[in-house]
Design a protein around this ligand. Structure first.
Ligand code: TXA
Ligand code: MG
Length: 355
């Protein structure tokens, strides 16, 4: 398949290009597009053949449900069984935006889109290009992140092209995304709201709006054998080509531990890397040291993380260490993605007795 690659500026949307992309989706084709979280790989959500094509292009197991993207609240009722009060409250505050809500699905949504589930995940993105595309496509666009299965979600079009060129009809390049981590997912289909995937909309923010929010236990317990409630969360998001461990402790202990490990790997002739922060990057002796940003700006860390993970692969780094991050606020989402990338390999280096 020949993939058409187009550039669309969110602030000066080219209507003709969006019209063409919308037609592709209406006819059952695939279009990758920017959202404020990560790039999406879009197909018509109400067409089971399109959903099947998404799974194929992505190389994704088809039991892993897709998020249906809408551009207006009026489009929600047709695809869900009921809209609970919490959904109105959350939509009022966070839609359009980086929040996905799960509802009981209506008959309009094919099982091919929901991975066989009776529930459907819905998000209204804030990105202007995404909104225009959804409207042009008829209102319902199913879109997983636009990476090949097992790779980090793309935050720039270059990585969408790398993963999907030749596998989709069109790729819309909208530059670097704003948030950089996938949307927060909250399940409203059960008795109590439950957080299934942390993201930019934090657990604290959700609680402020709807009161008590349960948290999927598998998010809290890295050793859990239980299946996560969001089927996609069971997959290792991204296995770097090299090994990756997250090191936690005081800054000083982390730096000295990592440098000692780097020395050991070096002496074995291995190429080493560190995922550091602006505050610490100069302290590391690894072959490749990359800062994800300043600890004072966690949003920037979120935005850069996936790109940096890909860059380590590009440079064929064999042994990697990462600093760890706070587990509150957006830090919860950063750590969730980092721990997945590391296969939950965490090393704690600060001796508790010394604290
Ligand atoms: O920010 C985002 O959400 C991006 C952009 C493109 O919107 N999309 C995204 O989609 O991250 P994806 O497919 O990579 O992740 C969707 C997650 C998966 O973990 C999937 O298992 C879960 O949502 N999910 C979807 N429908 C669900 C449902 N009905 N019940 C539980 N989990 C669901
Ligand atoms: Mg994904």
């Amino acid at each position: 398949m020949k993939t058409k690659i187009v550039i669309v500026d969110e602030n000066k949307i080219d209507a003709a290009v969006i019209e063409e992309a919308g037609q592709i989706l209406k006819q059952g084709g695939l279009v990758a597009f920017p959202t404020e979280t990560v790039y999406g790989l879009g197909g018509n959500a109400l067409n089971e053949t399109s959903s099947a094509k998404i799974y194929e292009a992505k190389g994704r197991p088809s039991d892993n449900p897709l998020i249906v993207h809408i551009a207006h609240m009026d489009f929600l009722a047709a695809i869900v069984e009921e809209i609970p009060d919490e959904a109105y409250k959350l939509a009022e505050k966070y839609w359009p935006g980086p929040l996905t809500m799960i509802f009981k699905k209506s008959g309009l949504v094919p099982y091919a889109t929901t991975g066989g589930l009776e529930t459907v995940a819905v998000r209204m993105p804030a990105h202007k290009t995404a909104q225009a595309l959804i409207k042009a496509a008829g209102g319902y666009v199913a879109a997983p992140s636009a990476n090949r299965s097992g790779r980090p979600s793309p935050t720039i079009a270059k990585y969408v092209i790398e993963d999907l060129d030749g596998r989709v009809d069109m790729i819309i390049d909208g530059g670097e995304v704003n948030i950089g981590l996938e949307s927060t997912i909250i399940d409203l289909s059960g008795e109590n709201p439950m957080l299934l995937r942390p993201g930019y909309i934090t657990e604290e923010m959700l609680r402020e709006t709807v009161g008590d929010v349960e948290v999927d236990r598998t998010l809290l317990d890295s050793g859990s054998k239980e299946a996560p409630k969001a089927p996609g969360m069971k997959y290792r998001h991204y296995a770097p080509k090299g090994s990756l461990a997250v090191v936690e402790g005081t800054q000083q202990d982390v730096v000295s531990y990592i440098n000692q490990k780097i020395e050991e790997s070096r002496s074995q002739g291995l190429k080493t890397g560190v995922i550091a922060t602006d505050e610490s990057a100069d302290s590391y002796l690894a072959d490749v040291v990359k800062s994800v940003g300043s600890r004072k700006d966690e949003n920037a860390i979120a935005r850069h993380l996936f790109r940096i993970l890909r860059e380590f692969d590009e440079e064929s780094v064999q042994v990697m260490y990462a600093e760890s991050f706070a587990s509150q606020g957006i830090g919860q989402a950063i750590m969730n993605r980092l721990l997945k990338a590391a296969g939950h390999h965490v090393i704690s280096v600060t001796d508790d007795n010394n604290e």
